[in-house]
Design a protein around this ligand. Structure first.
Ligand code: SF4
Ligand code: FES
Length: 320
């Protein structure tokens, strides 16, 4: 990597040198801060991801040093490579903000207002996006697409109403597990995630689709409705596992492990995939060695709640 020629790109006035072949989104992540575009479908650990949701649009104000003409349309930053001397406008551009607001409104057209009962609330990327870029109320008057929640196997519940068609779960099943039993059926506004013939998703690493899903479309049946995520105390923990790295996050209320998930980085991407055994079957304290309280780097309500080491009592909650 050190031999790779570096090229210069300027994003919202900040210049950085990045290796040739870097996307605008990855260059923005190297700078960090408010200028990093939101990404609902791109997922660095998954090859081919990105280019589906358009939340990461940016304005290319100058294409390169050699050809400084602006690009005529806003570009998806997760799929557009930087060129030497490129100038990009992200959060600083009102045109980009307007486009992201429009994309957010589109993504919410069929999305139910489920947050009060959705297990993903508090870690949902669409909730964050709506908070940053959403309208206060919907302008949509047509009938919404509606599906019944489906059990897709012993561990995973599919709420198709909430799906934004990011394809991350499909790429995860293709690239992380031994076989893929689900996919995108039909096309256009009829497209849906499904197993076609009532199939169940059971292979060893399929639980990872829950972690990559940016919304609450795929949820962990062993955790559903047990707690709001911000009430759980989170710990890094590990065990010797013969199938995966065995490094996880334990979500606890009082001394009970109510959920096991993979560890995620500051971009909300899984650091190492974990197997179903660690995720769904190991819920005893004796199964795990605790490494410490989770230092959550990503932006979420969980970074704000300071990780109580145990659940507050009812009286403590009422006192606040
Ligand atoms: S179920 Fe979740 S991960 Fe799969 S396509 Fe829908 S939103 Fe994306
Ligand atoms: S994150 Fe770039 S198009 Fe979805």
């Amino acid at each position: 990597m050190s031999d790779t020629p570096k090229i210069k790109v300027t994003i919202d006035g900040q210049t950085i040198e990045v290796p040739n072949g870097t996307t605008i989104l990855e260059a923005a992540r190297m700078i960090g801060g408010e200028l990093v575009p939101p990404a609902m479908c791109y997922y660095k650990p998954l090859a081919e991801s990105g280019g589906k949701c358009r939340t990461c649009l940016v304005k290319v104000a100058a294409g390169s040093e050699k050809d400084p003409r602006p690009m005529p349309n806003l570009m998806p930053s997760c799929k557009t490579m930087v060129m030497d001397g490129m100038v990009v406008e992200s959060s600083a551009s009102s045109q980009v903000t307007e486009a992201r607001n429009g994309v957010t409104e589109m993504l919410l057209i069929n999305h139910p207002l489920d947050c009060p009962v959705c297990d993903q609330a508090g870690e949902c990327k669409l909730q964050d996006l709506a908070f940053e870029n959403g309208l206060q109320k919907t302008r949509y008057e047509e009938e919404r697409r509606e599906f019944e929640p489906t059990d897709i196997g012993p561990y995973i519940k599919l709420h198709m109403n909430r799906c934004i068609m990011c394809y991350r779960c499909v790429f995860t099943a293709n690239q992380v597990t031994e076989s893929r039993e689900h996919g995108v059926l039909y096309r256009g506004d009829k497209a849906e995630i499904g197993t076609y013939i009532e199939n169940s998703l059971e292979n060893d690493f399929i639980g990872n689709v829950i972690d990559v899903c940016p919304v609450g479309a795929l949820t962990d049946k062993t955790f559903r409705f047990k707690s709001r995520v911000w009430f759980t105390a989170q710990y890094d923990a590990h065990r010797d596992c013969d199938k995966c790295c065995g490094k996880v996050v334990l979500h606890k209320t009082a001394d009970e492990i109510i959920r096991v998930s993979a560890r995620k980085n500051e971009w909300d991407e899984v650091e190492e995939w974990i197997c179903n055994t660690c995720r769904f079957d190991k819920k005893s304290n004796s199964d795990w060695k605790i490494d410490g309280v989770r230092n959550n780097k990503r932006k979420s309500v969980q970074s704000i709640n300071k990780y109580p080491l145990s659940m507050p009592s009812k009286n403590e909650v009422l006192d606040k």
